[in-house]
Structure formats: C-alpha cells, structure tokens
Design a protein around this ligand. Sequence first.
Ligand code: HAM
Length: 413
Amino acid sequence: MSSRFAALKGVEDILPPDSYLRQFIEDKARSVFGSYGFGEIKTPIIEHTDLFLRSIGETSDIVSKEMYTFTDKGGRSITLRPEGTASVVRAYVEHSLAMRPSPQKFYYMGPMFRYERPQKGRQRQFYQIGVEAFGVAEARMDAEVILMLMLHLDRIGLEDLSLELNSIGCGECRPAFKEALRDFFAPKLPELCPDCQRRFETNPLRILDCKVERCIEIRKDAPLVTDYLCGNCRSHFDSLLKLLGVMGVKYTLNPHMVRGLDYYTRTTFEVTTENLGAQKAVAAGGRYDGLVEEFGGPATPAIGFAMGVERLAALLKDKAAPPITDFFVASLGEEAATQALKLASGLRAEGIRGELGYGGSLKSQLRKAGKLGARFAIIIGEDELKSGLLKWKDLKKGESGEVPLAGARKLFA
Ligand code: HAM
C-alpha cells in the first residue's frame, strides 16, 4: 500500500508562478536595502531556546505558546527561530561586530516558525524579510529605517497602507508606566483572562497585547504609554515625527501599540492594511536599545523591522508574472533533437531564456510554445537539417522567416 503525504498544517509549498512573486519582492528588497548600505546576514534557523526567552520575553505569546522547541540528541533545548532579531543580535555580539565601523546594518530573508492557529495571512512557517541597524541612537536612524521600508513597499507596488507609530519608552520611564497599569488593572483583575492575571504580576505591559475580546474591552481606557515618557524619550519621538514630517511620510500615532515582543524601547511601528482580513500588519519593528547589552555586548542602540512576505505576496497576487520565455526549439528526429539541444545551450549561455520541445509532432510542440508564451519558435526538422536553414516564427508579431543555424543568435539582437 502506498501512502500520500501532505504538508503539515500551517506550512506551505511555494510553487511557480508564486515563487516568481516572492523573488520579485526579494529582489526589490536587496536593491532598496543595498542603496541604504545594508548587507545581507544569514543566521541559522535553529538556536538555543534561551536566546528567545531572554529577548522576546517569557511572558510573550510567542515564547509561552508558539515556539517549536525540542531537545536535540545532545540533550540541548533547541528552538526553530520564531523571528530574526534575536539571532542577528546574537551574531553581532558573538562576532564582536561592535568593533567594526558604526553603524552596522544588516538585512535577512528566510523562514520563521510560530505555532499559531493558521488562517489567512497567518502560517506556522512564514517568511520574513527583515533589517537591523546597530550603533546609532539618533532619531535620524529611525527615520532612515522607516523611509527604507516605505520605499521598498512602494517599489513593489503596494498602496493603501498606513504607518502606525508609537514610542514605548525606555528603562527609565517604564517603571512609572507599569505602576500606572497595575493601578488601572488591579480593580479589574478578576475579569481579566487567566493569562492576563499572570501578566499582571510578571509584565503588565503584555495585557495591552492580549487578543482575548474581554481583555481588549477592559483595557480601552488603560493609561497610555506616551503619557509616561521621560524627557529623553519624548524628545527622541518628537525628533522622529519632525523628520518624518520633513520627508513627507504620512503616519498615524497609535498610543495603544505595544508590540508582542519584550525587547522594544522607544520607537515602535507597524505598517498595516485593511485588505487582508484579520491580519493587518504587513511589517513591524522598532528600537531595541538594550538588547545587545542584555546579550553580553557593549551598550549599543539598535533598530529594525521585519515584513511578512506571505502578506505582501497576498496583496500583490495579480502581479505574479513569470519571466518571458525568449525561444522554444521544436525538433523532429534524433539528429534534429541533438541540434536543438546544441542551439538552446548556446543561446542560454548568452543569457537568452528558452526551452526545448519534447516528444510529439512539431505541431504539438508548437502548441506548447504558444502556451508558454514564448517569443520565438524555432523549428528543426529533416528539411532544416538538410538545408542548414532553421525556420523561425515570432509568435508575438506573427512574422516568420529562415535563419542559418549558426546565425540564430541574431534573432535576439
Ligand atoms: P513581528 O511583528 O512579530 O516582529 O513580525 C513581523 C511581521 O512578520 C508581521 O508584521 C507579519 O507581517 C509577519 N508575521 C508574523 N507572524 C506571522 C505569521 N504567523 N504568519 C505570517 N506572517 C507573520 C518581529 O518578528 C520582529 N523581529 C521585527 C523586528 C525586527 N523588530 C526589530 N527588528
């Protein structure tokens, strides 16, 4: 008995032509990020579990509910990365990148894993394209990173997006805000979900991120973080807003946005859409000025973001254009088939894209050329072999002619 396998729930195969759309999104990211001086970093997909506990935070949904964690054969606790920032910061510290000229700027693209309830725009394996910039505390770097994100989204042709901004303060202003949150939630504690009752003790900020309807209702009038910013955080945020104004970037302030990861300080942002149903964020990020130090490196301000590639792709669905096939060589008989192989190989070596016909009559091969949308069909049959002249047909213009075997390259001049 044979058994058929299917991919796991919440993970997917990405097939052509969808993979062309992914490539398009990635190519534009490489080009835009390159113009901002970001270089590619590739980090492992597996890391020590502690790395995520110490950065994303034990009270976050990601760490407490969504991580793919297992014990390897050496007895170590390993986790499939749920995001990219923690790994990049680990690499930054591990390779002493603080010794290199500042700022150090990286981008990455690859799969992330979260055990979430799959739905439209939410998978268990999903791809992120992210960036991280280390070493600059100035708000101008926040502006640069946001401008870079918006340029990429523009270059791939996305419209109708909104940029939501907030500042969630730093270690200095956080205690007063946590205190205010505890004062606010204390009388409502029995009404909060069990998770939030725990969060009340461990990290009341996380209550602001809870997805339970009841908790969302209760927190409607909760204190706003922006009312508790210290002087430095306030002026950092004001500088950023001023710069974005100068650069003509439209944004909305969202003082309720706290983000689901613990490492953030000061600026946080999300780019959202109304066109994807429940999953609104196509990209999100912020500052994490304390994380490098937390991982044992020198105090280093940093900022970054990550985009959800499936969500970008879903918004761009109709724009998945496979590359154009320049030629299709149809042939009949063994000798002609060999000549077709030679001809195609020569053209491909010059960067011209094309395919060979396999099996069937010349007519059926030419039908295939039409289906592929090939520009030129080139025919090698017995007559062509004898005369050394190949028949060609421009399938777009409807023109046709003959060309010597050695001169086929000229068709593509
Ligand atoms: P995040 O908000 O957890 O941030 O994820 C960033 C983006 O990844 C989201 O806005 C969304 O588009 C996409 N995403 C997240 N989870 C899923 C999922 N289950 N299925 C599909 N797409 C998803 C981070 O991961 C931070 N590391 C971003 C960052 C970089 N902050 C600073 N540097």
